[in-house]
Design a protein around this ligand. Structure first.
Ligand code: AMP
Length: 273
């Protein structure tokens, strides 16, 4: 595995290859969720490139940019074992200049859900992903459904800007107890982790209701709130896979999203119905 910190060096390789490139952008502190993306890319491409970059422009003031978990040594090992060919680890100066052309998330789908709760977040995500796409020139780019709105907006950017890239959305990976894997789980104490299990339980309960034939959004939300009792729920939303309002659950076209705060940690989870 080659570790590259210089964008020019990366571009020299990606510009001059005819190999198919699978790309997985990450912010590091890698876990099985990331590894599942890497493995999928490994099976579908000749060259696999992972980036690790904690992107400052997607964090709002007061968020956890300064304390975002860093595990460089472990991450390098994980990438090597997962069969990554190139690990790109730039620093901030390598990726950003002081005064830049910027990308703006779309007015509707970019400003609902997390776009509403974290204004500017998706502008930063799209900005860095576009920059990375231009350096890596991937054939296929892999994103997790864990960040549902993110992968949907990236697909829209690729479509709107005519980028010749296939965006692949990959299943959300959980631990044995059902907790959605996240680098931010590292912030949780043992009791907080126990508390966090209510999140996936609420989604399981929603699924059970739907399987039993209940397609009523209000009733499903209510049942989820019951399961989440005692937790600071930021929002539960049930939308279409286009992130638009729906009257009732539409099978194969619905996402149920839940966002909570456990202590100081903001956790997101969802299920695609
Ligand atoms: P991050 O490092 O959090 O920016 O995530 C990098 C990529 O890994 C994104 O496409 C995420 O959606 C994806 N990812 C993170 N956690 C999971 C998970 N539990 N299951 C599947 N994909 C994930």
């Amino acid at each position: 595995m080659k570790i590259i910190t210089d964008k020019q060096e990366l571009q020299n390789i990606t510009k001059n290859t005819i190999q198919t490139i699978g790309f997985i952008p990450t912010m590091g502190a890698l876990h099985e969720g990331h590894i599942s993306l890497i493995k999928k890319a490994r099976g579908e491409n000749e060259l696999v490139i992972v980036s690790i970059f904690v992107n400052p422009t997607q964090f709002l003031a007061g968020e956890d940019f300064d304390k975002y978990p860093k595990r460089d040594i472990a991450d390098k090992k994980i990438c090597e074992l997962a069969g990554v060919d190139i690990l790109f680890m730039p620093n901030i100066d390598m990726m950003y200049e002081k005064d830049e052309v910027t990308i703006k998330a779309p007015n509707i789908r970019g400003f609902v859900l997390d776009g509403f709760k974290r204004p500017g977040h998706f502008d930063g995500v799209l900005q860095i992903v576009l920059k990375l796409f231009n350096l890596v020139r991937p054939t296929n780019a892999y994103f997790g459904r864990k960040d549902a709105q993110q992968v949907i907006l990236i697909k829209q950017m690729v479509e709107n800007l005519f980028l010749p890239i296939n965006v692949v959305d990959c299943p959300l990976i959980r631990d044995n107890n059902g907790l959605a894997l996240s680098s931010r789980n590292a912030y949780l104490s043992v009791t907080e982790k126990e508390e966090a299990l209510k999140i996936s339980r609420s989604l399981q309960n929603a699924t059970k209701l739907i399987v039993a034939g209940n397609l009523k959004i209000d009733e499903i939300k209510k049942a989820m709130m019951e399961t989440l009792k005692g937790i600071d729920v930021e929002y539960i939303e049930i939308v279409s896979r286009e992130l638009l309002i729906i009257e009732q659950i539409e099978l194969k076209n619905t996402i149920i999203l839940v966002v909570v705060k456990i202590g100081a940690t903001r956790l997101i989870d969802n299920i695609w119905i």
